[in-house]
Design a protein around this ligand. Structure first.
Ligand SMILES: *[C@@H]1O[C@H](CO)[C@@H](O)[C@H](O)[C@H]1NC(C)=O
Ligand SMILES: *[C@@H]1O[C@H](CO)[C@@H](O)[C@H](O)[C@H]1NC(C)=O
Length: 283
């Protein structure tokens, strides 16, 4: 019965809201790189209440607690990927050292007031730790020269965690969806993922600008990473002579080359006969 009344009193105090501890903001950087030191801030206003404790959670697991009345006030709980810098952490902030992709997650700060109010407020923010690519996107399959009608088949790839989003541009214009070939990211060591985007299309005069065909591949990871690789190659409006040779060889091998030589011979033959006949009739 007594517990019930106390509970009622807490609820009443909670409802009144006049002087209640309030959490203003929890700041989590959103994105950071492997190896970075990350500060998480918990900005609260006691509004006349007395602080009881501040608890930090990653997901549902607590990893840091600050109890105002305790000595020492700071406690750290082991959690994979969460290395708390105890000295630099305090009542309103937690410093994580050397974050890894394992440190990614939802971080929650929960602040509680002392009796009699026992007000509690909480807020959270997401952290995504990325392993950035060690080099700009890699472009393969580029030829030194393209003729109109040639088939272009290129690949662009980039390795990171999470996988980078890739895009292709032809002469600085985003490539049509129909030209793109999506390959599933390939997992490598340390959870790194290699993403690959293919570009396949028939080179047309409209893709050439003053004898140049420009390919550009961009790699993006959320708002933390951007890089690109550009390759400019020569492009000619004339069809590829080697593919014409190829066609001639094809006709030759099919055995039609001899027949194709006959009509002119026959024509000359006929003409000769006609010429002779004309000469004869003139005599
Ligand atoms: C592009 O990459 C994919 C996947 O790795 C591969 O199967 C394909 O042969 C490559 N294409 C070119 C033109 O290099
Ligand atoms: C792309 O990467 C290269 C080499 O790592 C670097 O020098 C360059 O500054 C990067 N470009 C951008 C836009 O970040």
């Amino acid at each position: 019965m007594m517990i019930f009344f106390i509970h009622l009193a807490i609820c009443a105090a909670g409802w009144s809201g006049a002087h209640a501890l309030k959490l203003r903001q929890v700041s989590v950087p959103g994105y950071s790189r492997t190896g970075d030191t990350v500060s998480l801030h918990c900005d609260f206003d006691l509004e006349g209440d007395q602080l009881y404790n501040v608890k930090w959670y990653k997901g549902v697991k607590e990893f840091f607690r600050y109890v105002a009345a305790d000595s020492p006030p700071k406690q750290v709980f082991d959690l994979p990927g969460v290395v708390v810098d105890r000295d630099r952490s305090s009542m309103d902030k937690v410093v994580l050292s050397s974050v890894t992709p394992l440190s990614s997650g939802l971080y929650k700060c929960e602040v509680s007031a002392e009796a009699p109010s026992f007000h509690t407020d909480s807020g959270s923010g997401k952290l995504l730790v990325v392993d950035l690519p060690s080099s700009p996107p890699r472009v393969t399959g580029v030829r030194r020269l393209y003729h109109a009608g040639d088939a272009a088949a290129l690949n662009c790839s980039s390795r990171s965690k999470p996988a980078a989003a890739l895009s292709w541009y032809i002469n600085d214009i985003k490539a049509e969806q129909a030209f793109l070939v999506d390959y599933a990211p390939v997992r490598g060591p340390h959870g790194l993922e290699t993403s690959t985007l293919g570009l396949q299309f028939e080179v047309l005069p409209e893709h050439m600008q003053h004898g140049v065909l420009s390919f550009r591949c961009t790699a993006t990871i959320a708002s933390v990473y951007y890089n690109e690789t550009r390759v400019d190659v020569r492009a000619l409006l004339s069809p590829n002579p080697s593919s014409l040779n190829g066609r001639e060889k094809l006709t030759g091998s099919s055995g039609s080359s001899t027949t194709s030589l006959h009509p002119p011979l026959r024509w000359w033959g006929n003409e000769f006969t006609t010429l002779v006949l004309i000469l004869i009739t003139q005599r």
